[in-house]
Ligand binder design. Structure first.
Ligand SMILES: *[C@@H]1O[C@H](CO)[C@@H](O)[C@H](O)[C@H]1NC(C)=O
Ligand SMILES: *[C@@H]1O[C@H](CO)[C@@H](O)[C@H](O)[C@H]1NC(C)=O
Ligand SMILES: *[C@@H]1O[C@H](CO)[C@@H](O)[C@H](O)[C@H]1NC(C)=O
Length: 434
């Protein structure tokens, strides 16, 4: 049945990049948010962008269960290059920090069952000032293929955003010609959203597996709220372009670093799951505290993020109260089995847990009876009958995140067994038609 409607979705959606990758939002780990451009390995041996950091992260991703949970890409962001190309015009990895070259790093990552992500910039220089790919597209792509990378984030510093409408697609075409499946992460719209004219997301979804829409995330609650606000305010434009193979990217997970409390980290994980966002950790996996690790490894929330229907959810209700009292919002995502993932978020930072009730209209739930599962498992299973109000009690700058499972749909799904040729399931039809 799953296969059937992936095919149906493929037929019904508009043109989109079809390289067989990112059928669900990519999951992995990236250096940037936590380790930035730390290059001094003498002063900061555990934090500098280096083969050592990548190796120990690869080890942790496997031994601590992240790979098993779905986090498969291990990516280096900016600051891995020497400042100059070689005499033949090739990219050269920093000789002290990557003493064995990038192929050795790739081999190690692959030996662990992980996939290798790399970073470059479409312009003259990367954002941190290292050599960019402009006028070296072919040789750089050949080099990446020699290194056997699986994922490429192509940033957009030091290039006119007007040039990106042609530049990113043409780079993607060269990537495609190599025959190596490489997940293509574009920063194209992030630079155009800043500029005068709006990005053409139809074209972006045709050429990229994922794309950074907007500014960089910073290690703070304010930054998370800012990004949530922006994605909520622009969801009419953005959400329609997400789907299997192509995703909006609100940027890395801050979870486990310095700026978010446990409650705030739970908010980011919940809203990123609703947004069908790539889940890219950026944290020291040697020292992460267990309560943050637990959030990152929450199987039920990962399942929401990875839901095969691939439909991006949205902010369905918002109330901005006076005196910072009721800053509440509801986010809702439809899932393939006819259920809904619903996050109740409080963005207020003061006070104590706040209890209130919501009706079906506010939660944007279809009429019916529901079984309600708390995805953070603080509460027992609850039942909500048609027409009743639902009570939630939310911590300041916190979230309650539930899966609402319609009573009938569960029964229907259990009855429909393994019919793979037709979409006979009424619930699935309802989802497809809605
Ligand atoms: C890139 O650098 C070259 C040579 O320095 C310069 O001529 C060109 O204008 C630069 N291009 C951009 C887009 O900055
Ligand atoms: C190249 O593009 C074609 C057509 O979209 C696609 O079928 C194929 O999988 C792509 N190959 C790679 C390596 O990206
Ligand atoms: C946006 O891109 C699509 C697909 O490439 C194209 O058909 C359309 O004309 C573009 N729209 C604008 C306004 O340029």
């Amino acid at each position: 049945m799953l296969v059937t409607y992936l095919i149906l979705l493929g037929l019904s959606s508009t043109l989109a990049l079809d390289n067989g990758l990112a059928l669900t939002p990519p999951m992995g780990w990236l250096t940037w948010e936590r380790f930035r451009c730390i290059t001094d390995c003498k002063k900061y041996p555990k934090e500098c962008i280096s083969e050592n950091l990548i190796r120990r992260t690869a080890d942790r991703m496997v031994s601590d269960g992240y790979l098993e949970a779905g986090y498969q890409y291990l990516g280096i962001d900016d600051c891995w290059l020497e400042k100059e190309r070689s005499s033949e015009g090739r990219m050269v990895p920093d000789k002290e920090r990557f003493p064995n070259g990038m192929k050795a790093v790739a081999d190690y990552i692959h030996s662990k069952g992980l996939k290798f992500g790399m970073y470059e910039d479409y312009g003259n220089k990367t954002c941190a000032g290292y050599p960019g790919v402009l006028n070296h597209e072919k040789v750089d792509i050949d080099t990446f293929v020699e290194w056997e990378i699986d994922y490429l984030k192509l940033d957009g510093c030091y290039i006119d955003p007007e040039k990106m409408d042609e530049g990113y697609p043409s780079f993607g075409k060269i990537l495609n010609k190599t025959g190596r499946p490489i997940l293509y992460s574009c920063s194209w719209p992030a630079y155009q959203e800043d500029a005068a004219r709006k990005p053409n997301y139809s074209s972006i979804a045709e050429h990229c597996n994922m794309w950074r829409n907007w500014g960089d995330i910073e290690d703070s609650w304010a930054s998370v709220v800012h990004i949530m606000d922006w994605f909520g305010d622009n969801q009419e434009r953005l959400a329609q372009h997400a789907g299997p193979g192509h995703w909006n990217d609100p940027d890395m997970l801050l979870i486990g670093n310095f700026g978010l409390s446990v409650d705030q980290a739970r908010v980011q994980m919940a809203v990123w799951a609703i947004l069908a966002a790539p889940l890219l950790m950026s944290v020291d996996l040697d020292t992460i505290r267990p309560e943050f690790k637990e959030i990152l490894l929450n199987k039920d929330i990962i399942a929401v993020n990875q839901d095969p229907l691939g439909k991006q959810g949205s902010r369905v209700w918002k109330k901005q109260g006076q005196a910072s009292k009721n800053h509440l919002e509801i986010w809702n995502r439809e899932l393939h089995d006819g259920s809904n993932a619903v996050a109740f978020v409080s963005t207020r930072e003061d006070g104590s847990p706040y209890a209130t009730t919501f009706d079906f209209y506010q939660m944007k739930l279809k009429d019916g009876d529901y079984e309600v599962h708390d995805l953070y498992k603080d509460e027992e299973i609850r039942y909500l009958k048609s027409g009743e109000e639902f009570e939630v009690r939310i911590n300041p700058s916190g979230v309650k995140f539930y899966k609402f499972i319609p009573k009938n749909s569960k029964a229907a799904l259990q009855d429909s067994k393994t019919d793979t040729n037709t979409v006979s399931d009424p619930v699935v039809n309802a989802v497809l038609l809605s």
